[in-house]
Design a protein around this ligand. Structure first.
Ligand code: ADP
Length: 565
């Protein structure tokens, strides 16, 4: 910009100088011609009159002393040069052919302007016929345009140099003056606003930029919000989301996909822009992505790091062309485990029910076949049948309870405040005969605010915990039931100093039908469902359960339930 202005100014000044010089020189030249002609005419006329009063020699003397730049020539009627103030008359050629001489002889005066054959310089001639038909001719040289131009060149050069210098300085000033507001505006664009308007010519330019700036800003904001929303969704999705480009490179991957497909926590930077095989190399995943990139939707299930994943891959199509693949990964471990546990449960239930029924059927068959003769045997056999029947009933009751808890959806409006201290007191009271029979003492301490829950379920939970603490205890042992209020939860602890649970069974005791010592449990009427029911009740109440136990020292089970809001 600066350079362009400089060159324009330079050109303008050069053209200006040349034009001005030509014009000035032209005018000056024509002026000087007119001046020369006029003064030559006047001088000739005035000198011609004195011809009659002087001798020829006197007249020649006068002509010799004329002003420097004027040449005087005296010519006879036949063209012979009598006298010339600048040259030797004898050597000069006949002048009769000169137009001004001919005119003067004919009309009395004559003039001409031409290059002098003597001096070769542009000259103006004026001739007057004298009384004796001689002709007096005065001549004066013009300052020609060419000579004027030549003599002016140094001056023109000096003027041009000065003008170029001025043009340089001015162009710098001008561009600075023009560009400063624009530069300020550009700076202001980068900063907060653009409120200054330096001069009127820039007003439309500024308002246009301001409008566009606002539009860009608005668009950016919309895009930012959309990107943020998508980012939030992708980052918080439990499902894994993976976008793959046509060439198989990862475009985007969310934290769930990283966790599931790589089995570790990492940032997306590690994978974005690299081939998807770096994320997961399983055959199933590869087949799905390959199909999706070929335009087909595909899904597959595979196990990895002890978990079951299901991948769904679909092609990303734009303008009827596959641009890449979208892969959704679902963790189906829970569903598979639930399915397995249901299958196991059905098998276990059948087995658990079959055992007492087989015993009952065996005893009844023996009695039917008359194998039981004495009254004593009948009493023993019927006692066994009764015991097995009771076990069967207890088992069925526990199964029914468990199914009810499992299937019952949590309905907030049906929950009511439950006073845990009263509830625990009632449970301990109902278990008192059992505890006495087992030689175990029970103690309840602490009181807590009410929790929001289902009274019968919570009762069942406390009953199972306390019953276990009595059942798996020793004569003379103790059971402590403690209630504590914590910041956001209440904590129920059931502690005993009974037989304890071996470490490898501590995680499994909450599974259905799991018993540490099967025969002992059966003997004391255990179904293997008590702690399973406890776990489900706690989950129903959105709490958690923790177990601490040492073999031979006792067991401590903590149930944490959320406080009523
Ligand atoms: P069960 O009906 O057999 O008692 P549970 O589900 O209540 O079934 O308990 C599972 C197993 O956990 C029991 O068989 C027992 O071996 C063990 N157990 C539960 N509570 C205790 C405890 N307080 N002390 C020692 N062992 C326990």
């Amino acid at each position: 910009m600066k350079r362009r202005i400089y060159w324009v100014m330079l050109l303008l000044s050069a053209v200006g100088v040349v034009c001005a010089s030509i014009l000035t020189l032209g005018v000056t030249a024509s002026q000087s011609m007119k001046e020369a002609e006029k003064s030559v005419c006047q001088l000739t006329d005035s000198i011609s009159t004195s011809y009659n009063y002087m001798t020829l020699e006197e007249y020649k003397d006068v002509l010799t002393h004329l002003v420097d730049n004027t040449r005087a020539t005296l010519i006879t009627e036949d063209g012979t040069v009598l006298f010339d103030s600048n040259a030797s008359a004898a050597q000069m050629e006949n002048h009769l052919d000169r137009p001004e001489i001919q005119d003067a002889l004919k009309t009395g005066t004559g003039e001409d302007a031409r290059k002098s054959s003597t001096t070769q310089i542009q000259t103006y001639y004026y001739a007057v016929r004298l009384s004796d038909n001689c002709v007096l001719r005065l001549a004066r040289q013009y300052s020609s345009l060419h000579s004027m131009v030549l003599s002016s060149i140094p001056g023109i050069i000096v003027v041009m140099v000065v003008l170029f210098g001025l043009a340089f300085l001015l162009s710098r000033r001008l561009t600075m003056w023009m560009m400063r507001p624009v530069e300020q505006a550009v700076r202001a664009l980068d900063q907060a606003g653009m409120n200054s308007e330096p001069y009127a010519e820039l007003k439309p330019f500024f308002s246009h930029i301001r409008e566009q700036d606002q539009q860009i800003h608005d668009q950016e904001e919309i895009l930012r919000q959309e990107r943020e929303t998508l980012g939030i969704i992708a980052n918080n999705m439990r499902e894994g989301l993976l976008l793959i480009s046509k060439s198989g490179d990862v475009i985007s991957i969310n934290p769930s996909a990283i966790r599931m497909l790589t089995g570790r926590e990492a940032g997306p930077v590690e994978f974005v822009g690299r081939n998807y095989l770096i994320v997961n190399r399983t055959q199933e995943m590869h087949a799905c992505v390959k199909a999706a990139l070929a335009g087909e939707s595909e899904d597959a299930e595979f196990s990895m790091y002890g978990r079951v994943y299901h991948v769904y891959a679909s092609p990303m199509v734009r303008l009827a062309e596959v641009q890449g693949a979208v892969v959704i990964v679902l963790d189906e471990t829970q569903q598979r485990m639930a399915e397995r546990s249901r299958q196991e449960f059905s098998a276990n239930v059948s087995h658990e029910l079959k055992t007492p029924l087989t015993s009952i059927s065996g005893y009844a068959e023996m009695m039917e076949n008359g194998m039981v003769a004495s009254m004593e045997d009948i009493r023993t056999f019927s006692g066994s049948i009764h015991k097995e029947a009771l076990r069967l009933i207890a088992l069925i009751e526990d199964i029914i309870r468990l199914s009810r808890i499992e299937e019952e959806p949590r309905q907030e409006n049906l929950l009511e405040p439950v006073k845990m201290d009263d509830l625990c007191g009632a449970v301990l009271e109902s278990l008192e005969p059992v505890a006495q029979k087992a030689g175990v003492t029970m103690k309840l301490e602490g009181n807590v605010p009410a929790v929001l829950g289902e009274d019968s379920m919570l009762s069942e939970m406390v009953y199972n915990l306390c019953e276990n603490a009595i059942k798996y205890n020793r004569p003379g042992g103790s059971v402590w039931v403690r209630l504590e209020e914590q910041a956001e939860e209440i904590c129920l602890t059931v502690k005993d100093n009974g037989i304890g649970i071996p470490e490898d069974s501590q995680l499994r005791v909450f599974e259905r039908f799991y018993r540490v010592d099967k025969s002992r449990s059966k003997q004391i009427g255990g179904t293997g469902l008590g702690l399973s029911i406890v776990k489900h009740v706690v989950e129903f109440h959105q709490g958690r359960v923790e177990l601490e136990s040492a073999l031979g020292a006792g067991t401590e089970i903590h149930v944490f339930l959320p406080k009523q809001a």
